[in-house]
Design a protein around this ligand. Structure first.
Ligand code: RIB
Length: 290
C-alpha cells in the first residue's frame, strides 16, 4: 500500500499566448477547473498505475473539498486518512502558454493545516511506501517521513516546490529520512546550492545520504543516480505536448507504484517516464475521468 501525505488543490487554469511578466496583464479566452495538488496528482497517478493508495491530505469545509474527496473515490484512491481543516480547500492559479509550459501560484488554505500526528498509526504500519512533497508545512512532512520510516516504510520525497529558504539542519534531517529523492533540474540546483552534508553535485548527494536520486530532465528523460555512484539514463518518449502541468507528479506516482509492486529502480524509471509522457497529452494535472 502507498500512503501519500501531501497537498490537495483545485486548479483554475487559463491558457495564454505567453505567461505574463511582473506588472503585465494578459487575456485568456476562458478558464477551466481541474483537480490538482502535487500530493493528489501523485496519489491519482499511483492508483492509475495499479497501486493501492491512501491519500492523507486536508481539505476545507466547502464545495471544492467535497468534490476533491469525490474525485479520489472515483479514481480508486482511499480517503479514510483525509483530514478536514478549518480553512478553504487549496486553490492553484495556473497559466499555461502556447508551448504547454505553465506558471503556478498556490493559495494553500487547508493544506497549511494538515497534521502528520493526526494520521492514524495503522496507515503508516500498512504502507510499503510513503510519498511526500513540499507543498504542505515542512514540519509535518518531516514528521510524516519519520513516522513512515519508524513503521518500516520506504520514503519517496519529491522536493517540489523547492522552498527558497530551508534550515540546513531541517534539510539534512529530511534527506536522512529519504530513500528515493525525485528532483527536477531547478530543484536539484536549489538543493545543491545549500550543499547538504557537504554534498558535491548530485552524485555526492546520493552517496552522502545513501539514497536513490532521480533527476527528471523534461523532454530529455530522467537520470537515476544510485547511492554507489552509478548513473543510469532513461530517455523520454516522444510526445505531442498539450499541457505539462502535473507531468512531474505523474512521474512520481507511477515510480512509487512500480516500486511498491516490487520492481527495481530501472524498471520503475521506465514506467514513470512513460506515464509522464502520457500526462503531457491531456489538459490539467490529472487524466480525464472515464
Ligand atoms: O504540479 C502541478 C500541481 O502543482 C498542480 O496540480 C497545482 O495544484 C500545484 O499543486
Amino acid at each position: 500500500m502507498i500512503l501519500v501525505f501531501g497537498s490537495v488543490n483545485v486548479d483554475l487554469v487559463a491558457r495564454v499566448e505567453a505567461i505574463p511578466r511582473p506588472g503585465e496583464t494578459v487575456l485568456s479566452p476562458g478558464s477551466t477547473t481541474h483537480f490538482g495538488g502535487k500530493g493528489a496528482n501523485q496519489a491519482v497517478a499511483a492508483a492509475r498505475a495499479g497501486a493501492v493508495v491512501q491519500m492523507a491530505g486536508a481539505v476545507g469545509p466547502d464545495a471544492f473539498g467535497a468534490s476533491c474527496l469525490e474525485n479520489f473515490r472515483q479514481r480508486g484512491v482511499g480517503v479514510d486518512a483525509m483530514q478536514q481543516a478549518g480553512l478553504a480547500t487549496g486553490v492553484a492559479f495556473i497559466t499555461v502558454d502556447r508551448q504547454g509550459e505553465n506558471a503556478i501560484t498556490v493559495a494553500s488554505g487547508a493544506n497549511g493545516q494538515i497534521r502528520a500526528a493526526d494520521v492514524p498509526q495503522g496507515w503508516f504500519d500498512e504502507s510499503d511506501l510513503c510519498v511526500l512533497q513540499m507543498e504542505v508545512p515542512l514540519a509535518e512532512t518531516l514528521l510524516a517521513a519519520r513516522r513512515a520510516r519508524d513503521a518500516g516504510a520506504r520514503v519517496v520525497l519529491n522536493y517540489a516546490p523547492a522552498p527558497a529558504r530551508i534550515g540546513a539542519d531541517l534539510l539534512d534531517g529530511l534527506l536522512a529520512l529519504t530513500d528515493v529523492l525525485v528532483l527536477n533540474e531547478h530543484e536539484a540546483a536549489t538543493i545543491l546550492s545549500m550543499a547538504p552534508r557537504g554534498a558535491a553535485g548530485a552524485e555526492g548527494l546520493a552517496r552522502g545520504f545513501g539514497l536513490d536520486l532521480v533527476l527528471t530532465l523534461g523532454a530529455r528523460g530522467a537520470d537515476w543516480l544510485a547511492a554507489d555512484g552509478t548513473r543510469t539514463h532513461q530517455p523520454a518518449l516522444p510526445v505531442q505536448v498539450v499541457d505539462t502541468t502535473g507531468a512531474g507528479d505523474t512521474f512520481v506516482g507511477a515510480l512509487a507504484a512500480a516500486l511498491a509492486a516490487g520492481q527495481g529502480m530501472a524498471q520503475a524509471m521506465a514506467a514513470a517516464t512513460a506515464a509522464a509522457a502520457a500526462a503531457c497529452g491531456w489538459e490539467g494535472a490529472q487524466p480525464p475521468l472515464g
